[in-house]
Design a protein around this ligand. Structure first.
Ligand code: NAD
Length: 440
């Protein structure tokens, strides 16, 4: 199924670079035509892609559409609606010493040949949404799907060449050897989504060619729950955000920080919320996903005894099922708190109050997302001012990344650079400074 492309990475890149040099990818008409074809690919082949996502991750068709296929269609539509405006040169004031007849502006130039490396957890969205931005900015693009989502990788390798300009867009399937070979080539930008260990490998390889990188990484995204919050609303929204895709979401709430009384009151609320969403036996719910592979299943199973089980706790290796699980009385030094969980386990850690919660967050790596549930504007302001995270969500996890006009990206250990909407144009273009002084 997973046929490697016969063409060698060096040949792929050389071919795409030759195309870029002809100027073919630069006209806005070419860009919008590619985006429209990609849109058509998604609408026409939505069921095929959803089936692949089900095969790889047990995603329900509704979830596959909502979080991957329709998500990408929305990104395309938003880009098509605004691209002309985003690409418009921006005039800059000219200082007096250049005279009144001089003018200056910035213009967005495509970078050239861009490499997009995608992970397995949202294997369609996290490959196609960067592709949308790279094409909209007028680049030739090599995409490398994750080998850990083989059905989706194969579907993308089949569908993209049938819909996009194959002289300018190439799919290279494969794992570490293929990616290593690609990374030896010179690109004009590398856009990597995945874990920080590989992020470092990517950045090292990019340094050889002085290639700029965007690193969309992960980490532990905390949730602060204030004692004034409506805990049924909190539990419902956290359960929906955490257990989507069986917790395998880069911006999933990783752990809850709250005071001991609120932690105790949250326990029955979590039980009600899980049951309302997935029934008494989530393994029988068509809406609940599975763990991507045995390695991650074993890693996650080893974290289940890091605290007292409030909800869930059961698992089945044969079907890679781990129940939606909430753990209480979790020691901050326990294994579940030492790594990004990236699975359906939600530990609750208690702190005396807001000051200690802020210290707890600032003592650790800067997270990709931080979520806050409070009615207090003062608390919201303090957290916004005193912590650093890729994104900040008040009252609703995950949702900030669905706002096309917000940049999506990390800070510190959670990554560098951002994308979505006009921020993708910033990422995949060079903003060229231009000065013009008439000759006469
Ligand atoms: P993964 O294992 O699929 O790896 C990502 C990509 O890196 C794949 O295409 C893979 O082939 C490639 N790769 C793996 N090892 C490599 C190596 N040694 N050299 C070169 N390339 C290599 O996915 P993953 O890293 O397990 O993804 C999970 C991580 O990604 C989590 O930390 C998660 O938080 C993060 N993530 C971040 C975002 C975001 O948008 N910021 C989104 C999803 C996932």
């Amino acid at each position: 199924m997973n046929q490697p492309t016969p063409e060698q990475p060096a040949d792929v890149v050389a071919r795409l670079r030759a195309t870029f040099r002809t100027g073919r990818t630069k006209p806005v008409e070419w860009r919008t035509a590619q985006l429209r074809s990609l849109r058509e690919m998604l609408t026409r082949n939505g069921p095929d892609l959803a089936a692949a996502l089900h095969a790889d991750l047990g995603k329900s068709s509704a979830e596959a559409h909502r979080t991957e296929i329709d998500f990408t269609i929305r990104e395309i539509d938003h880009t098509l609606d605004h691209l002309d405006g985003w690409l418009r040169p921006e005039p800059a004031p000219v200082p007096a010493h250049l005279g009144t007849d001089a003018s200056a502006w910035t213009q967005y130039d495509p970078l050239g040949v861009v490499l997009v490396i995608a992970p397995w957890n949202y294997p369609a969205q996290l490959l196609l949404a960067p592709l949308v931005g790279a094409l909209a900015a007028g680049n030739a693009v090599v995409v490398k799907p994750s080998e850990l989502a083989p059905a989706t990788s194969a579907a993308i390798a089949r569908l993209l060449p049938a819909h996009l300009d194959t002289e300018a867009v190439a799919v290279v399937e494969g794992g570490i050897p293929e990616t290593t070979a690609l990374l030896a080539e010179r690109f004009d930008h590398i856009f990597y989504t995945g874990n920080g260990a590989v992020g470092r490998i990517v950045m090292r390889a990019a340094a050889e060619h002085l290639t700029p990188v965007t690193l969309e990484l992960g980490g532990k995204s905390p949730v602060f729950v204030d004692r004034d919050a409506d805990l049924d609303v909190v539990a419902d929204r956290l359960v929906r955000g955490k257990f989507l895709n069986a917790g395998q979401t880069c911006v999933a709430p990783d752990y809850v920080l709250t005071d001991p009384a609120t932690a105790a009151a949250l326990e029955p609320a979590f039980k009600r919320a899980v049951e309302a969403l997935y029934g008494t036996d989530p393994s029988a719910s068509g809406e609940y996903g599975r763990i991507v592979n045995e390695r991650h299943f074993d890693r996650l199973s080893g974290l289940l005894d890091s605290g007292r089980v409030v909800v869930g706790g059961d698992s089945d290796r044969a079907t890679k099922y781990i129940a939606p699980t909430v753990l209480a009385d979790v020691d901050p030094e326990s294994p579940v708190m030492r790594e990004e969980i990236f699975g359906p386990i939600l530990p609750v850690v208690t702190v005396p109050g807001l000051d200690e919660a802020i210290d707890f967050i600032n003592d650790r790596d800067k997270p990709l997302a931080l979520y806050v549930f409070t009615e207090s504007e003062a608390t919201k302001s303090r957290i916004a001012a005193e912590t650093s995270s890729g994104g900040l969500g008040h009252g609703l996890p995950l949702a900030h990344l669905t706002v096309s006009d917000l940049p999506f990206g990390g800070v510190g250990e959670s990554g560098m650079g951002s994308y979505h909407g006009r921020y993708s144009i910033e990422t995949f273009s060079h903003r060229k400074a231009v000065l013009e002084k008439p000759l006469s």
